[in-house]
Design a protein around this ligand. Structure first.
Ligand code: TYM
Length: 406
């Protein structure tokens, strides 16, 4: 199938497309966002450079999500990642920043991607990580009442912790509680953002509430170490390098920050690593989203084995209308949900390649690939649930308390 030439609109709050059965053309996304694409032929060089800089051998990297996502093209683009590596090489201060906007009480399996990536980057480079939980954003943008938000936020923080971070090096904060500490930095950023620039970046109109406009500075603030005077352990917080792993929908916040703040405030530009979207189950052209009302499109972290198997069985497939046609033409792997989920979650490269070869040439059935994908997803969820059940209110407190990280 030809890749989509159709219009797609990616914003931090929705990813819409006119055709959910064609896959994203990420080269076009890169061209639209003007980020730096990581081409297939450059992946190995980048992996080698990471190994040199981090001094972690390939053996130690074996099961790393950083390596896995790079090798499979799931990390497909970046901004100034080379500068981050240069700074690491010179032992300059650096930290990771990512976040979550709690809009449902359980996160979905796509949310694991940036958090697993952060965990892997933290292990690789041994640096602090700050995680912003934007309960304020969901109040402003999704009209969710504050009581409900409070419960969702606590549950989401537990989900995040279960992704496996170094407690001594990780700080998780909710905007409604931590805002004061960042306020000096937010003020400086607000002075750099014009109403026009924010409106143009996000497409806000005159009838949008002012909170939406000012939120841009709140998500920008953690790009600068000055937002964490009592948390980030650097002697000089004025110019520490921030690296942000996220799916590309969050990129506009940081382009706005890079273009409007770093010059006037004399700060290093934040670097970014962009991942692709884990597609929903209904087709490759729509990202999995927790605000999706159709739960058959989404795998929640709370879904049990039977639910995952059932959802995967009815997922959009790149298999053909008849067995005969599948045997003649092979499956369309690019749009096949089950195969794509294997690309994200099956770490065994040899098995992944074999399935690709056999399914792509019609030697194995769609049902078999769907069942294998359900098994793999269930094993990811099983590990996740074991870790999640060990997260107590005390654990939450220790990740969220304001203290100097190591
Ligand atoms: P949120 O809660 O929408 O998403 C949290 C993180 O998950 C990524 N993501 C996905 N990745 C892969 N496949 C998907 N289907 C998928 N859906 C979501 C998002 O890109 C994000 O990285 N405003 C933000 C919270 C935030 C933030 C940040 C995120 C605050 N500061 C800094 C990243 C970096 C939000 O609502 O994310």
């Amino acid at each position: 199938m030809r890749r989509s030439q159709l219009h797609r609109c990616i914003t931090p709050w929705s990813v819409t497309s006119e055709n959910q059965t064609t896959s994203f053309d990420y080269s076009r996304v890169v061209a639209q966002f003007k980020s730096q694409q990581i081409l297939q032929q450059d992946r190995q060089e980048l992996l080698d450079r990471i190994e040199t800089v981090s001094k972690k051998s390939d053996q130690q990297h074996q099961q790393s999500f950083l390596k896995h996502f790079l090798r499979r093209g799931i990390i497909f683009s970046h901004r100034d990642f080379g500068d981050f590596l240069n700074d690491q090489e010179k032992s300059r201060p650096a930290y990771l920043y990512t976040g979550r906007g709690p809009s449902a009480s359980s996160m979905h399996i796509g949310h694991l991607l940036p958090f697993y990536l952060c965990s892997s980057l933290q292990q690789t480079f041994d640096i602090p990580l700050v995680i912003q939980v934007t309960d304020d954003e969901k109040f402003l943008f999704r009209d969710i009442n504050l009581d409900k938000l409070d419960k969702m936020t606590t549950e989401n923080i537990k989900d995040i912790i279960a992704c496996g971070f170094d407690q001594d090096k990780t700080f998780i904060f909710r905007n409604t509680q931590y805002f004061g500490e960042m306020y000096m930095t937010i003020l400086q950023i607000q002075r750099c953002f014009s109403t026009n620039a924010v409106q143009k970046t996000f497409g806000f109109s005159g009838t949008d509430c002012v909170g939406k406009l000012s939120f841009a500075a709140t998500q920008a603030a953690p790009c600068f170490a000055s937002s964490f005077p009592k948390v980030l352990p650097f002697a000089d917080r004025s110019n520490a390098r921030c690296l942000i792993p996220c799916a590309i929908d969050q990129d506009p916040f940081f382009v706005l920050t890079r273009n409007n703040c770093c010059g006037p405030l004399k700060k290093s530009k934040p670097s970014l690593l962009h991942t692709t979207f884990l597609p929903g189950l209904k087709g490759p052209g729509v990202k999995m989203s927790s605000s999706d009302k159709d739960l058959s499109n989404v795998i929640l972290l709370t879904d049990d084995e039977a639910a995952v198997k059932k959802k995967m069985r009815s997922a959009f497939s790149g298999g053909r209308a008849t067995l005969k046609e599948l045997q003649e033409k092979g499956a369309d792997l690019e749009v096949d949900t089950a195969y794509q989920y294997l690309r994200y979650f099956l770490l065994d490269q040899q098995e992944f390649e074999e399935i690709g070869k056999e399914y792509g040439s019609g030697k194995i059935s769609t049902g078999a690939v769907k069942d294998r994908a359900a098994e793999v997803v269930n094993s990811v969820l099983k590990t996740f649930r074991e870790k999640r059940s060990a997260v107590t209110d005390e654990t939450v407190k220790s990740f969220c308390e304001k203290r100097m990280l190591k």
